[in-house]
Design a protein around this ligand. Structure first.
Ligand SMILES: [Zn+2]
Length: 138
Protein backbone atom coordinates (compact mmCIF):
# COMPACT_ATOMS: atom_id res chain seq x y z
CA UNK A 1 0.00 0.00 0.00
CA UNK A 2 2.06 2.88 -1.23
CA UNK A 3 0.82 6.43 -1.00
CA UNK A 4 -1.65 5.78 1.80
CA UNK A 5 -0.84 7.83 4.83
CA UNK A 6 -2.43 7.43 8.17
CA UNK A 7 -4.21 10.65 9.11
CA UNK A 8 -2.93 12.41 12.15
CA UNK A 9 -5.32 13.75 14.69
CA UNK A 10 -5.81 17.50 14.70
CA UNK A 11 -5.86 17.61 18.47
CA UNK A 12 -4.75 15.32 21.24
CA UNK A 13 -7.53 14.74 23.68
CA UNK A 14 -11.12 13.87 23.00
CA UNK A 15 -13.48 16.66 23.97
CA UNK A 16 -15.34 15.79 27.11
CA UNK A 17 -19.08 15.97 26.97
CA UNK A 18 -19.93 18.97 29.10
CA UNK A 19 -23.36 19.81 27.82
CA UNK A 20 -25.34 21.44 30.54
CA UNK A 21 -28.95 20.25 30.31
CA UNK A 22 -30.08 23.25 32.33
CA UNK A 23 -28.50 25.70 29.95
CA UNK A 24 -30.48 28.84 29.44
CA UNK A 25 -30.20 31.87 27.29
CA UNK A 26 -28.42 32.71 24.08
CA UNK A 27 -24.97 32.76 25.65
CA UNK A 28 -25.23 29.17 26.85
CA UNK A 29 -26.70 28.09 23.54
CA UNK A 30 -23.76 29.58 21.71
CA UNK A 31 -21.39 27.75 24.02
CA UNK A 32 -23.34 24.58 23.43
CA UNK A 33 -23.22 25.12 19.69
CA UNK A 34 -19.44 25.44 19.87
CA UNK A 35 -19.22 22.24 21.90
CA UNK A 36 -21.46 20.38 19.46
CA UNK A 37 -19.54 21.71 16.47
CA UNK A 38 -16.33 20.40 18.01
CA UNK A 39 -17.99 17.10 18.86
CA UNK A 40 -19.39 16.61 15.37
CA UNK A 41 -15.97 17.34 13.88
CA UNK A 42 -14.36 14.93 16.31
CA UNK A 43 -16.88 12.18 15.58
CA UNK A 44 -16.45 12.67 11.86
CA UNK A 45 -12.72 12.40 12.29
CA UNK A 46 -13.03 9.28 14.44
CA UNK A 47 -15.41 7.68 11.97
CA UNK A 48 -13.03 8.36 9.11
CA UNK A 49 -10.12 6.98 11.09
CA UNK A 50 -12.12 3.93 12.11
CA UNK A 51 -13.12 3.12 8.54
CA UNK A 52 -9.52 3.61 7.50
CA UNK A 53 -8.27 1.20 10.16
CA UNK A 54 -10.80 -1.38 9.03
CA UNK A 55 -10.04 -0.80 5.36
CA UNK A 56 -6.30 -1.38 5.68
CA UNK A 57 -7.03 -4.62 7.54
CA UNK A 58 -9.68 -5.56 5.03
CA UNK A 59 -12.12 -6.09 7.88
CA UNK A 60 -15.05 -3.72 7.56
CA UNK A 61 -17.36 -4.13 10.51
CA UNK A 62 -20.53 -2.46 9.44
CA UNK A 63 -22.27 -2.68 12.84
CA UNK A 64 -19.43 -0.74 14.47
CA UNK A 65 -19.50 1.87 11.72
CA UNK A 66 -23.28 2.23 11.99
CA UNK A 67 -23.03 2.68 15.75
CA UNK A 68 -20.45 5.44 15.36
CA UNK A 69 -22.44 7.03 12.56
CA UNK A 70 -25.54 7.07 14.77
CA UNK A 71 -23.67 8.96 17.49
CA UNK A 72 -22.45 11.41 14.87
CA UNK A 73 -25.94 11.83 13.48
CA UNK A 74 -27.30 12.46 16.98
CA UNK A 75 -24.75 15.19 17.68
CA UNK A 76 -25.31 16.65 14.24
CA UNK A 77 -29.07 16.77 14.77
CA UNK A 78 -28.64 18.44 18.15
CA UNK A 79 -26.29 20.96 16.59
CA UNK A 80 -28.86 21.74 13.90
CA UNK A 81 -31.52 22.23 16.57
CA UNK A 82 -29.32 24.56 18.61
CA UNK A 83 -28.50 26.58 15.50
CA UNK A 84 -32.18 26.78 14.67
CA UNK A 85 -33.03 28.11 18.15
CA UNK A 86 -30.16 30.57 17.99
CA UNK A 87 -31.37 31.82 14.63
CA UNK A 88 -34.88 32.29 16.01
CA UNK A 89 -33.53 34.14 19.02
CA UNK A 90 -31.44 36.38 16.82
CA UNK A 91 -34.22 37.19 14.38
CA UNK A 92 -36.90 37.52 17.05
CA UNK A 93 -35.10 40.27 18.89
CA UNK A 94 -37.77 42.67 20.01
CA UNK A 95 -35.62 45.46 21.33
CA UNK A 96 -32.80 46.33 23.61
CA UNK A 97 -32.47 46.77 27.33
CA UNK A 98 -32.88 50.36 28.40
CA UNK A 99 -30.08 50.15 30.95
CA UNK A 100 -27.40 48.00 29.30
CA UNK A 101 -28.45 47.94 25.62
CA UNK A 102 -28.40 44.14 25.42
CA UNK A 103 -30.81 42.81 22.78
CA UNK A 104 -33.74 40.80 24.06
CA UNK A 105 -36.38 38.61 22.47
CA UNK A 106 -40.04 39.46 22.27
CA UNK A 107 -41.10 37.24 25.18
CA UNK A 108 -38.38 38.34 27.58
CA UNK A 109 -39.48 39.85 30.89
CA UNK A 110 -36.06 40.55 32.36
CA UNK A 111 -32.79 41.47 30.70
CA UNK A 112 -30.58 38.38 30.45
CA UNK A 113 -27.50 40.49 31.00
CA UNK A 114 -28.27 42.97 33.76
CA UNK A 115 -31.54 41.62 35.14
CA UNK A 116 -33.52 44.79 34.67
CA UNK A 117 -37.23 44.29 33.98
CA UNK A 118 -37.87 44.88 30.29
CA UNK A 119 -41.59 45.47 30.38
CA UNK A 120 -42.49 49.09 30.54
CA UNK A 121 -44.34 50.20 33.60
CA UNK A 122 -47.86 50.87 32.50
CA UNK A 123 -49.81 53.57 34.25
CA UNK A 124 -52.54 51.75 36.18
CA UNK A 125 -54.96 54.52 35.39
CA UNK A 126 -54.69 53.86 31.67
CA UNK A 127 -55.66 50.21 32.22
CA UNK A 128 -58.56 50.84 34.57
CA UNK A 129 -59.84 53.82 32.67
CA UNK A 130 -63.60 53.74 33.13
CA UNK A 131 -65.52 53.54 29.93
CA UNK A 132 -68.04 56.34 29.60
CA UNK A 133 -71.43 54.88 30.05
CA UNK A 134 -73.97 56.20 27.64
CA UNK A 135 -77.03 57.49 29.44
CA UNK A 136 -80.10 55.37 28.78
CA UNK A 137 -82.05 56.67 25.89
CA UNK A 138 -85.34 58.10 26.62
ZN1 LIG B 1 -29.89 45.01 30.54
Amino acid sequence: MRGLKRPTRPSGALPTRQLDPGAEGTVDLERRRDQLTARVAELQWDLGGLVYEMAIRDRIRLDVIVKRAAALQEADAELAEVERILKIEQTATAGECASCKAPHSSGAVYCWQCGQPLLEQVDPDSIAAPQPIAPPAG
